[in-house]
Design a protein around this ligand. Structure first.
Ligand code: ZN
Length: 251
């Protein structure tokens, strides 16, 4: 895991060696809210140690959606409440067996046991949010039902979950929920046009939130119209497969 990068005042991002998965920390006044802490056991341990070194105590967690790499936790973070949208929390429960399976049989049981223990909420309670942050939850069904982006209006930071990636093509919910993805891009665009920084769930934070929305719209539009998309992300690992999958969605 790479060291924290401070992308805005008190907004720290660490990036996993696995699929460039990001962990975002909102930090101020000795308190921290962890968003999607991930991924490998040693990385979660290192994350806990980094928070300790910064004298940050975890007051809350948030998961953007019900995929196994976004529902993780570590005992070193403590037992602060963990939150998600109501639909995400429900899926984390109902899909638990499958999600544990996706973690792999070599994933430590003590961490697998902690995965997905989130409570559904419409807004993150104040006690779980460090001073100076007022995250607005933007819930949509773009990449997964109940997927949630967080908009920090004071900092003008958009934490996009598994959307607006610079290394992944749009990945609509399987098997065919392309309409929800297009709607989600419209919803995100409202904030993206004001964002100074966008943080994707996989990839690099950037200052190009709106350009990422446009790039994703372009790819999907090309596929819907039967054209060959021209996008540099097609060269990234797994993206030819993702493209084939997108083509299936429109046939
Ligand atoms: Zn995902």
């Amino acid at each position: 895991m790479r060291a924290f990068q401070e992308v805005a005042a008190g907004v720290l991002v660490a990036t996993s060696r696995r699929m460039s998965t990001t962990s975002t920390v909102l930090a101020s006044g000795g308190e921290a809210l962890l968003i999607d802490p991930a991924w490998m056991p040693d990385e979660l341990e290192a994350l806990a140690a980094s928070l300790d070194r910064r004298n940050l105590s975890v007051v809350g967690g948030f998961s953007t959606h019900a995929h196994q790499d976004h529902l993780l936790w570590h005992p070193g973070f403590g037992d602060a409440p963990r939150w998600a949208s109501p639909r995400t929390a429900q899926l984390a429960r109902s899909e638990r067996a499958t999600l544990v399976e996706y973690l792999g049989s070599d994933f430590p049981t003590r961490l697998a046991d902690l995965m997905g223990s989130v409570q559904g909420t419409e807004a993150i309670p104040c006690a779980s949010v460090p001073a100076g942050f007022h995250p607005e939850l933007i819930v949509h069904d773009g990449h997964a039902p109940g997927h949630t982006a967080l908009w920090l209006s004071e900092q003008r930071v958009l934490i996009a979950g598994d959307m607006l990636s610079d290394i992944e093509l749009p990945l609509p919910f399987y098997p065919d929920d392309l309409p929800s993805y297009l709607e989600a891009l419209d919803v995100l665009a409202v904030h993206a046009q004001h964002a100074l920084v966008v943080i994707p769930g996989h990839g690099s934070p950037g200052t190009d939130a709106l350009a990422r929305v446009d790039a994703d719209r372009r790819v999907l539009d090309d596929i819907i119209r039967g054209r060959e998309p021209d996008d540099r992300r097609l060269a990234d690992p797994g993206m030819q497969e993702a493209l084939a999958h997108l083509r299936e969605m429109v046939t």
